[in-house]
Design a protein around this ligand. Structure first.
Ligand code: ADP
Ligand code: MG
Length: 884
């Protein structure tokens, strides 16, 4: 998927910071005095860019020396040679871009150092300069960027004392630029994960020790501390001097330095509050599989995938941003819902709009190319075609469809698309570029006839002269009496007259021989050379004029960048709204309603992803005021996890301004969603899973408010049963009594259902199953009340465990169930007190229990030990115990 993700992975392998330090040490130890003048020049540039691979322009090659050469050899499979005993590797200049891109994708920075004069005419050492530094965070080439994902360069300005973090994010490819100040590390972490920057700038005097885990192995670039404050002073004049703006200043300075110019498409920095968006921490984003599937290769299982019917790259990026940052402002949400509703209700207008939007290209990135001087004829064509689609879109938006007129947002969009500036641009560039333009401006031939009368004139002159040449063939044949005489052209000699051998005696004296072939000779004449010279001259002028017209056009467009960006923004938004409306229509979603009550009522809710894959059983959820926490029980595979997630997804989609998969949904505005899945699902994370889970729970207890939505799936599974039950119990109690956030708590601990008897705002729900003989039928229906039995053995049978094993399990289970019921886990206040399971503290069963290492047992062992313990507890000695 995201190509720059590779950068991430690589940076994680060798931390960006570590690598950077290694390289600094390596280069500072280089001998400098004994080198040739050119190597001294090289080392001087290298010293200025120690953390980048230096591409040193030498004739037709970019050469890399020393350690850089080894990197090239290793990463790009380039042959390693040597120069004066130093390792050296080179890539051809004309393929330089491709190699730079490969290095970028692997997480390297590249400094391109070019010859600034022709070595043939240079006196002494050729003058060189670093013209560009390319880094993962400032990448611009389409070959490196992912069309549907923003590529952010971030800067971080920590104020440790106040626990505040200035953050700025720039997508150089589009110019989107924003900043904020995150309070506290969880908020910082959430912002970083959400934007997923491919490079993070940090001041060179910041101690990274505590920050490293938050940056999660991302590529870190140290920049001078002064760059954070230089512009901030200016910002303060404007009354804005917070850390976020300081970070923005560093971003701007870094871009200027690496590009060696100021791009003209950077948008004004937009300062936002973290609380403007629904707060989704990294765990929630991954548990809900919003943009990334839990397992690689299952991209179709993400919410993004099922909601994405966008037709432009900028629309796709916009949808992704919205998905990761749903709104919290009710008015803005309702505006979007109005727009989606209007579009759902006007299928014809929707189709018409979609068709027009399909003709729009990735305007944002085209403007990025314009702003960084990389616009080619092909890009200009796409940009102009996009502009040409605008009137049709506007027309469809303002048409007499009563439905569409109901939406203020659509009306504003139509207005923004109908500005005079856009109209002028469109008229100015109408029909400028041919349908299949050449790759480069210098190739010429990309301007359509009729656009410039001067150009048409020149082209006409050239054409007339070529015709003259064609006529020359006829007239010369007549004059000389050589019937086979031909006018031809080749690159070396230009135009010539070709005479075959048998007729050579008829060649007139003014013919000058140029070339002898096997059976013909080629000649030129004064006249021919004259015409040729004039053709070449005229064509040169035509080409020069084309280049001039192109550059004039580019200058005009550059002057209109703000208008173009405003237009692109509207079109991207419209693409998203159309996508949401289309999905809503296709999959029978409904408009959610919002209220100020602390209540959730979803009728016949569905999971937007699961319902696409299989037959789905819709479920209701009613959490009125006074019912905050649900303990959801049911056997494995019953549908607990799905129900939890669908509830979170419905709330999240609603706040994106999307319709939701349900028959109706009345919702509050949720400030934060916390979704946590059981520890067993996250085994690869290094620290003890249980520790991890507890850290997560601590974070929830600290950050959740009564306006939050929490889904806890099998919490406490990472530890022994008794620990697990006790902690789950205490957490549920705390959430229900103190936090009062709406909480869904799926558990296989039956004991937890007793919470509802004691705490009024806790309710029990369970997922229904039906037994048919030895089989269970999963009904996937969520109902009030508690479930009976656990059906684990049935699931084992379903999973294909050998029959003799499941039969044995059945017998053991029957055995267990025939015994007197285990003393129920009785709740004491406080609930974490040792639980008086057996009444007597020093009962042998309890001692045996304490010795168990539950983390190392297989389920079957556990079951057998449990049976033994049970016999012990009821006064009988189990077989296994006697052996001890
Ligand atoms: P649990 O968490 O209770 O073990 P899951 O929620 O993971 O069970 O659901 C198990 C499987 O059951 C899902 O993968 C899905 O295929 C199916 N399922 C769950 N809920 C529904 C539903 N409401 N309608 C149809 N199938 C469902
Ligand atoms: Mg589950």
């Amino acid at each position: 998927m995201a190509r720059l993700r590779i950068v991430r992975r690589r940076a994680q392998q060798e931390s960006g910071l570590g690598r950077c330090l290694d390289r600094l040490v390596y280069w500072s130890a280089m001998p400098k005095s004994t080198e040739s003048p050119m190597m001294k020049q090289y080392l001087r540039f290298k010293a200025e860019h120690p953390d980048a691979i230096l591409f040193f322009h030498l004739g037709d090659f970019y050469e890399a020396f020393f350690e850089d050469a080894e990197v090239l050899a290793r990463e790009l499979d380039i042959v390693l040679t040597s120069r004066n005993g130093h390792p050296m590797a080179g890539v051809p200049v004309r393929r330089g871009e491709a190699y730079v891109n490969q290095l970028l994708r692997r997480g390297y920075k590249v400094a391109v150092c070019r010859q600034m004069e022709d070595p043939k005419t240079a006196k002494g050492l050729v003058r060189r300069d670093v013209v560009r530094v390319v880094t993962p965070g400032t990448a611009l080439d389409d070959a490196v960027l992912d069309a549907g994902v923003n590529n952010y360069l971030a800067a971080l300005r920590p104020d440790r004392a106040r626990d505040e973090y200035g953050l700025a994010f720039l997508d150089l490819s589009t110019g989107e630029f924003s900043c904020t100040t995150a309070e506290g590390t969880p908020s910082l972490r959430a912002e970083i994960e959400r934007r997923d920057p491919s490079e993070v700038l940090v001041g060179d005097d910041v101690d990274l020790m505590g920050l490293a885990p938050l940056l999660d192995g991302r590529l870190v670039t140290r920049v001078p501390e002064a760059t954070f404050t230089a512009r901030a002073t200016r910002a303060e004049d404007l009354g804005i001097g917070e850390p976020g703006l300081q970070a923005a200043a560093a971003v701007a300075a870094y871009v200027e330095q690496t590009q060696q110019s100021t791009p003209s498409h950077l948008r004004p920095v937009r300062s936002y509050q973290v609380s403007d968006h629904m707060d989704l921490d990294p765990f929630t984003v991954s548990s809900l599989e919003l943009v990334r599937p839990a397992r690689d290769g299952q991209e179709r299982g993400t919410l993004l995938h099922v909601l994405d019917r966008t037709v432009t790259g900028m629309g796709r990026r916009c949808l992704r941003r919205l998905l990761l940052a749903p709104l919290t402002d009710r008015q803005r949400i309702e505006e979007r819902l109005d727009a989606v509703e209007a579009l759902v209700g006007a299928p014809l207008a929707r189709d018409e709009l979609r068709e027009s939007v399909e003709r729009v290209h990735d305007l944002e990135r085209l403007i990025g190319k314009l702003g960084t001087g990389r616009l080619r004829p092909q890009d200009l064509l796409l940009l102009l075609r996009s502009l040409e689609a605008v009137p049709g879109i506007r027309q469809a938006l303002v048409q007499e469809e009563p439905c569409l007129r109901a939406s203020a947002m659509l009306a504003t969009m139509a207005e923004k698309l109908g500005t005079a500036e856009l109209e002028v641009l469109r008229a100015r560039f109408a029909g400028m570029i041919v349908d299949q333009p050449p790759a480069e401006v210098r190739d010429g031939g990309f301007i359509r006839p009729g656009y410039s009368s001067d150009l048409d004139e020149l082209r006409e002159q050239a054409r007339a002269m070529r015709e003259l040449l064609a006529r020359l063939e006829g007239s010369e044949r007549e004059r000389t009496g050589i019937p086979s005489l031909k006018v031809g052209y080749n690159r070396v000699f230009g135009y010539y007259l070709e005479v075959t051998r048998p007729h050579l005696d008829k060649v007139p004296p003014e013919y000058v021989r140029r070339q002898t072939l096997a059976n013909a000779e080629r000649f030129v004449t004064e006249e021919l050379r004259g015409i040729e010279g004039r053709i070449a001259h005229t064509e040169e002028r035509a080409k020069a004029l084309e280049i001039e017209l192109f550059e004039q056009g580019v200058a005009v467009l550059r002057g209109a960048i703000p208008e173009l960006q405003a237009c692109a923004e509207v079109l991207a938004e419209l693409d998203v709204l159309l996508s949401l409306a289309d999905i809503a229509h296709r999959h029978r979603y409904v408009r959610p309603t919002f209220h100020d009550r602390h209540a959730i009522a979803i009728r016949a809710g569905r999971h937007p992803v699961v319902e696409r894959i299989e037959e789905f059983v819709p479920n209701d959820l009613d959490l009125p005021e006074g019912r905050d926490l649900v303990i959801l029980t049911g056997p494995n595979m019953a549908g607990k996890s799905v129900f939890l997630r669908q509830t979170a997804l419905v709330c999240l989609m609603a706040q994106m301004g999307s319709f939701v998969p349900a028959e109706s949904a009345a919702l509050p505005i949720v400030d934060r969603v916390f979704a946590r899945v059981g520890a067993s699902d996250m085994l690869s994370s290094g620290i003890s899973t249980f520790m991890m889970e507890m850290l997560e729970v601590a974070a929830i207890l600290e950050r959740a408010t009564s306006c939050s939505l929490i889904i806890l799936d099998e919490m406490g599974r990472g530890t022994s049963t008794f620990d697990g039950v006790s902690i789950a119990w205490a957490v549920a109690e705390e959430l229900a009594r103190t936090v009062r956030a709406k909480t869904l708590f799926a558990t296989h601990y039956q004991e937890l259902t007793r919470l509802a008897e004691e705490i009024p705002n806790i309710a029990n729900f369970h997922v229904l199953v039906r037994e048919l003989g030895k089989d269970v039928v999963f009904l996937h229906r969520v109902e009030p009340g508690t479930a009976q039995g656990s059906y684990g053995v049935h699931v084992a049978r379903l999973a294909g465990l050998p029959t003799h094993v499941t039969d044995a399990a059945d017998r053991i289970l029957a055995d267990l169930l025939s015994e007197a019921p285990l003393t129920r886990l009785a709740r004491k206040d406080p609930p974490v007190e040792p639980l008086p399971l057996f009444g007597v503290e020093d009962h042998p069963a309890l001692q045996a229990l304490r010795k168990l290492d539950t983390d190392k047992m297989t389920p079957l062992e556990a079951l057998q030990r449990l049976a033994d313990l049970k016999r012990q507890a009821s006064g009988r000695q189990g077989a296994a115990t006697r052996k001890e």
